[in-house]
Design a protein. Structure first.
Length: 491
């Protein structure tokens, strides 16, 4: 091809979702001069998982200044680990500041997205139709609640809801409350309810390793210093200790034989041994798998909360749910007024149940029939000009997904700039590049701590870890610049 190609300043960009990654996309697109952009959000507000989850005790388990856009520091975080309402407020405030709310169409759920005649055709539940040259899928991961399959679940006559559908009109003080599920949500709930409920029972199927952490408040003097000194605030955002811990953690989980994972195991074991006085309770709380095989729980107070006189850990399996409570397999009926299902989310859904159809009628549901996957977590063969933030096989763990999304945006931005410049009309990763990446990823995944013998939401339907299996440093290197020979670049 000879001669200059025409720059395409009128490219239509659709962003799916107005959570953390969707707000980031809108800001970066506007900053880059993409003026024909819309964000479709199925709910009435921004915020994603922080909008959905409002349960008592909700806390971000990533340090607040790390869980912040690099370009929008927040001097006013109240704690090292901020409460969920503050995180939601931060995203709402940021969206308003950058006027991203002007780009959002709220209460518009995309039900179909199909590539036809060189463009994406999108249909909304409301009947609205749109077309786009580029689609950015920023739908997040943890937003489809997972409900347990327990006999009698519909028989309970008290109040019952999933933790992400919290009903704040329901009184908690002096009530008998049961919590099913002991991931981060269940742990945070017990910490918030112990001493407040008349009785709170934690129904544990699998014990969790607890990483001790201090959640210290920031003083008014510290916050004033952050407001007065942008350089100081920037240094807190880029805390060397936190960044070193991220690299150390990813090195640990990437190699189940590493000294880093041994160090983590020693810390959580000591936390259990030193924090739980009752030997019977201690054994009930002792996991039978290696630390970090499941997502580590960071908590400053769970062990003390579960030892509260009004709290009880129940480890006998659940037989069924009855009208007045939970009956466990030992025959005991646990009478309850409120039952909370802290049972997590369907982490393998991503854009689904939206019907996404690529080139030549290729259906995403068929492509992902075995497992959700994507090249470097951002692109899928036969889905041109379609890019994901925090897509399948990306880094997951106890670190900031905001930083992950920003790294991915830097990568995606270089690809969409080719589309705007006219250098390419369609960009899709090749199947051969996808296969090479996935083969290497699967081989490496078998050596990670995630594959060391436990059930977790990190595993796909075949029990293979679905996450990035290498170090965070390697991820950043991969995101620095696309290898264009991995893509089909239709001119």
């Amino acid at each position: 091809m000879t001669g200059k190609t025409a720059k395409r300043d009128d490219l239509r960009v659709v962003v799916m979702g107005a959570g953390m990654a969707g707000i980031l996309s809108g800001i970066k697109l506007r900053e880059a001069g993409f003026s024909n952009t819309v964000i479709y959000e199925k709910a009435a507000r921004v915020g994603g998982t922080w909008r959905e989850n409002t349960y008592p005790g909700l806390t971000c388990d990533v340090p607040s200044h790390a869980y912040t856009y690099s370009f929008e520091p927040n001097p006013d975080w109240s704690y090292m680990l901020p409460p969920g309402a503050e995180v939601q407020d931060y995203f709402e405030r940021t969206a308003k500041k950058y006027k991203i709310d002007e780009m959002i169409r709220f209460n518009e759920e995309i039900i179909r997205c199909e590539f036809k005649n060189g463009r994406w055709h999108l249909d909304m539940k409301s009947g609205l139709h749109d077309e786009a040259d580029i689609v950015i899928a920023a739908t997040g991961v943890l937003h489809h609640p997972s409900l347990p399959t327990i006999p009698g679940l519909d028989k309970f006559q008290g109040t019952m809801f999933h933790s992400s559908r919290w009903d704040h009109s329901v009184p908690l003080d002096g009530r008998r409350i049961g919590v099913i599920g002991n991931g981060s949500t269940g742990v945070q709930l017990i910490c918030a309810l112990a001493g407040r409920a008349a009785k709170v029972q934690h129904f544990q199927r699998t014990a969790q390793w607890i990483m001790p952490v201090e959640n210290t408040p920031f003083t008014e003097e510290q916050k004033a210093a952050f407001r007065a000194d942008r350089a100081l605030l920037h240094s807190v955002q880029n805390d060397a200790t936190y960044l070193a811990n991220v690299e150390r953690f990813t090195n640990a989980v990437a190699d189940a034989t590493s000294p880093e994972i041994a160090q983590i195991e020693a810390i959580v074991l000591d936390n259990l041994e030193q924090s739980v006085a009752d030997p019977v309770l201690r054994e009930k709380l002792r996991p039978n798998y290696r630390a970090a095989c499941k997502r580590l729980i960071f908590s400053p107070s769970y062990y003390s909360a579960i030892q509260h006189p009004d709290a009880e850990l129940v480890t006998d399996g659940i037989e069924c749910i009855e009208a007045t409570g939970i009956r466990t397999r030992d025959g005991r009926l646990h009478a309850l007024d409120l039952l909370v299902l802290a049972t997590g989310f369907k982490a393998d859904q991503f854009m689904r149940p939206m019907n996404v159809v690529g080139r030549n009628g290729v259906k995403l549901n068929d492509v992902w029939a075995k497992r959700p996957n994507a090249y470097l977590a951002v692109a899928i063969p036969e889905f041109p000009n379609f890019f994901m933030l925090n897509g399948p096989t990306g880094p997951v763990g106890n670190f900031s997904l905001i930083d992950v999304a920003e790294q991915q945006w830097g990568y995606i931005a270089q690809l969409i700039e080719r589309l705007r410049s006219g250098a390419s009309q369609e960009i899709a990763v090749t199947q051969s590049a996808m296969d090479t990446y996935e083969q290497a990823r699967l081989a490496a995944a078998k050596n990670t701590i995630f594959a060391s013998g436990c059930n977790s939401w990190y595993l796909d339907a075949e029990g293979v870890p679905a996450s990035w299996p290498w170090s965070y440093g390697r991820f950043k290197e991969a995101m620095a610049a696309p290898q264009l020979d991995a893509f089909g670049l239709k001119a």
